[in-house]
Design a protein around this ligand. Structure first.
Ligand code: ADP
Ligand code: MG
Length: 349
């Protein structure tokens, strides 16, 4: 491959569509027994024996879902896979394969695509999934990435949103609001950078919330822990749009209400500190901030003893009858009605 003299980058036109596909996918080898044939034919071939299959897909558009001014392409590739796998874990299933389709904008060179695929490969290795195909096209409107993930589980393990029962305990993994505060920090530093003509961003001391925003990890270990503890969750969802919104999904689909307690919500110290800098209540970030990719699930009350010592899981409330409504008891004892404030890019501003 020869380089463009001015930029030192390799133009995609030089490789052509098939050359680019070969170049990007050459290093991927299959790890899963269920992958019979991966990249290279009209379709991939999979064999899941007797397990049930879950399939989920996500579309990521430049300028809507990610901003290339502060998102390194390698992180973007990793995150694009991670958020898909999060949906598979949220079904209490194990991810097996992904497909990756890309729309490549004119400003992208082969080296940029290499970075993106490095991130994709890292996530595939970390979560033991195979890249089994995709599609590649030019794009006139910026970089587009669509990933589909396939996972499997025994039929009696798969966990839906619509099956929470009254008096079930509501549990959440990890901590909340960090990814949102990481995004606020990045947006702030971008503004400073643009208005000062290139001042260095102030990001020290906030590594955790930046990592929550730029390199989220799907909660594989929570699914494995529940299995080890012998707990079958009664319902589950991953937190992509904020706790409040996801809890409302479980309640609405299950025909139930809920009661959660402010002082039980897990919030990291860095998240609180950043929220205070922005004059924002940390609880708002925890309830409405998106992209934490923690798991929200319900369990039978009798399973409490099995997980009460697990630091990674917080019990934050319980499911009630639908007529009782969905609300949070604040630290001062007030009852605050929960609202689905999920981020809606289709909404007119
Ligand atoms: P077709 O003409 O059948 O759509 P393609 O030439 O688009 O086939 O793709 C050839 C092979 O490369 C297929 O196995 C396809 O799934 C895979 N592939 C195409 N684009 C990508 C991509 N961006 N990432 C991973 N695999 C890809
Ligand atoms: Mg194709």
């Amino acid at each position: 491959m020869s380089n463009d003299n001015k930029t030192g980058l390799t133009s995609i036109a030089e490789l052509g569509e098939f050359g680019l596909i070969d170049h990007l996918t050459a290093k991927f080898t299959s790890k899963q027994a269920s992958t019979v044939k991966a990249i290279g034919d009209d379709a991939a071939i999979l064999d899941y024996n007797n397990e049930q299959v879950v399939v989920t897909t996500d579309l990521l558009l430049e300028g809507i879902h990610f901003n290339l001014t502060y998102t390194p392409l390698k992180h973007l590739g990793y995150k694009a896979v991670a958020v898909n796998l999060s949906d598979v874990y949220a079904m209490n299933a194990t991810p097996r394969q992904i497909t990756v389709s890309i729309g490549v904008s004119q400003k992208m060179a082969v080296e940029h695509m290499d970075e993106l695929y490095e991130g994709i490969a890292l996530a595939c290795d970390r979560y033991n999934v195979d890249l089994i195909g995709g599609d590649t096209s030019a794009s006139l409107t910026g970089l587009t990435i669509s990933i589909t993930a396939m996972g499997t589980a025994a039929a009696n393990k798969i966990t839906r949103r619509d099956s929470a029962e009254t008096n079930n305990l509501i549990c959440v993994s990890g901590d909340l609001g960090g990814a949102y505060m990481g995004l606020q920090l990045l947006e702030r530093e971008k503004e400073v950078f643009q208005s000062s003509g290139g001042g260095q961003p102030q990001l020290e001391g906030y590594e955790y919330i930046l990592q929550r925003q730029l390199k989220p990890e799907p909660r594989e270990e929570v699914v494995q822990l529940l299995d080890k503890l012998g707990i079958q969750p009664t319902s589950m969802i991953d937190i992509s749009d904020g706790l409040s919104s996801e809890l409302m999904h479980i309640c609405t689909k299950s025909g139930k209400g809920c009661k959660i307690y402010q002082d039980k919500l897990p919030i990291d110290a860095e998240t609180s500190k950043m929220a205070e800098e922005f004059k924002l209540e940390p609880i708002i970030a925890a309830l409405n901030g998106g992209e934490d990719y923690e798991l929200l699930f319900t369990i039978e009350a009798g399973d409490f003893e099995k997980l009460k010592e697990e630091k990674i899981i917080s019990v934050i409330g319980h499911i009630t009858e639908q007529e009782e409504g969905a609300y949070m008891v604040s630290a001062s004892g007030q009852e605050i009605t929960l609202q689905a404030q999920g981020w809606n890019p289709l909404e007119k501003k």
